[in-house]
Design a protein around this ligand. Structure first.
Ligand code: SF4
Length: 376
């Protein structure tokens, strides 16, 4: 079976107030990072019996910060150390301002073999972008999508909603822009006030308010219902796709398949083992310089943890596949969870379809609570 590769490119020009990803604004470190990444490919590939790969995702951070030479070094090393299938989905995350002015970057992305563009638009409204401290404007969001669509079929946008003071009207404006621009994949997340972020500090000091749960729920169902009415499938709690445009790479996370993460702070799950890398470009590079894998933590989860991890992965997307569950854990899901299955179906939170037990839209809204019926 083929694995997915995730590459964490931990650089941004500045940190958005809501962001808690590991990253640095010291872009002078990009060359060292690329050299170390190539070394990490080499060391990890040596440890793997199966080097077959069918999805690559460059995320961050801002991978679109990388220049032509850096990207071509990444792709030639990937092809050198792994068996990259010709059918691979290869995605790069881009900030709108990097691809709105000209199409040169997009063209060399395509020349490297990239075939899917995920754009961090977040909103098509200047006030909202200002609140989110993004560097781009509404005009950049629109131009970035148009430029990407001129070169790629497979384009995704990120949308952040439930921004304080957001109205149904402003959310509808964003959704209508997505429809007007004919974007086949949407990742729509509610604004999270993560601890440690500037956004959370402002909230703690009562400088800004959060929306109530009731308002957030209204906005969530507005997104679901509107995108469904326009032909999008709701295939993960926060992800929507036109038929044929589901993210092959992200489905690896949500279907409990193997993926290998590269770069500082990247996580991996492969051959029933989990590990994550150190969260520092400098430490990452120093370890690789000494031929050491830059791993901060690793474990082989015990049977109970593995089963919990399975539910956490699959319940937010296509649900429990009865055949997979019985192969992985040697048990019959419908027998073990007979009561929880019946109760969730009765409440309209879940359904059984095509050999799977999966959540409905109503269930997705309560996914974290419903999970408690299945995890230990
Ligand atoms: S551009 Fe993305 S990764 Fe960079 S700081 Fe903003 S939210 Fe975080």
């Amino acid at each position: 079976m083929s694995s997915g590769i995730y590459i964490h490119v931990p650089f941004c020009h500045r940190r958005c107030t809501y962001c808690d990803f590991y990253l640095t604004t010291n872009t002078k470190l990009t060359d060292i990072f690329i050299k170390s990444l190539v070394k990490e490919f080499e060391l990890v590939s040596k440890s793997l019996e199966n080097k077959d790969i069918d999805s690559v995702f460059l995320g961050g951070g801002t991978p679109s910060i990388l220049n032509k030479q850096q990207l071509s070094a990444v792709f030639s090393a990937l092809k050198n150390y792994f068996n990259l299938s010709g059918e691979s989905e290869i995605t790069i995350e881009c900030n709108p301002e990097d691809i709105s002015k000209d199409t040169e970057k997009l063209e060399y992305f395509r020349n490297c073999g990239i075939n899917r563009i995920s754009i961090g638009t977040q909103s098509f409204i200047n006030n909202e972008l200002y609140f989110l401290t993004r560097e781009h404007t509404e005009e950049d969001s629109v131009k970035a999508v148009r430029n990407a669509k001129n070169i790629f079929d497979n384009v995704s946008v990120d949308l952040i909603y439930s921004i304080p003071a957001q109205t149904e009207k402003s959310l509808m404006y964003n959704l209508d822009k997505i429809i007007e621009l004919d974007i086949p994949h949407v990742s729509a997340y509610t604004l999270i006030f993560e601890e440690g972020t500037l956004l959370h500090k402002a909230y703690s000091k009562k400088k800004i308010n959060k929306n109530t749960d009731a308002k957030e729920s209204e906005l969530y169902f507005l997104v679901n219902n509107y995108l469904a009415s326009k032909g999008y499938m709701h295939y993960e709690v926060s992800n929507y796709a036109k038929p044929g445009f589901e993210s092959k790479h992200n489905l690896k996370y949500w279907e409990f398949k193997d993926y290998i993460g590269f770069g500082p702070s990247a996580h991996s799950f492969c051959n029933k083992k989990r590990w994550n890398n150190v969260k520092s470009v400098t430490k990452y590079s120093e370890m690789l310089e000494k031929n050491l894998l830059p791993v901060e933590f690793s474990e082989i989860p015990d049977a109970v943890k593995m089963e919990n991890d399975y539910f956490i992965s699959v319940m937010r997307s296509k649900g429990v596949c009865f055949e997979d569950y019985s192969r992985l854990f040697g048990k019959n899901f419908e027998e073990v969870f007979e009561n929880a299955v019946a109760a969730n179906i009765k409440n309209g939170y879940a359904k059984i379809e095509n050999g799977r037990f999966g959540l409905t839209d109503k269930g997705f809204a309560l996914a974290d609570t419903i999970l408690l019926d299945f995890v230990n």
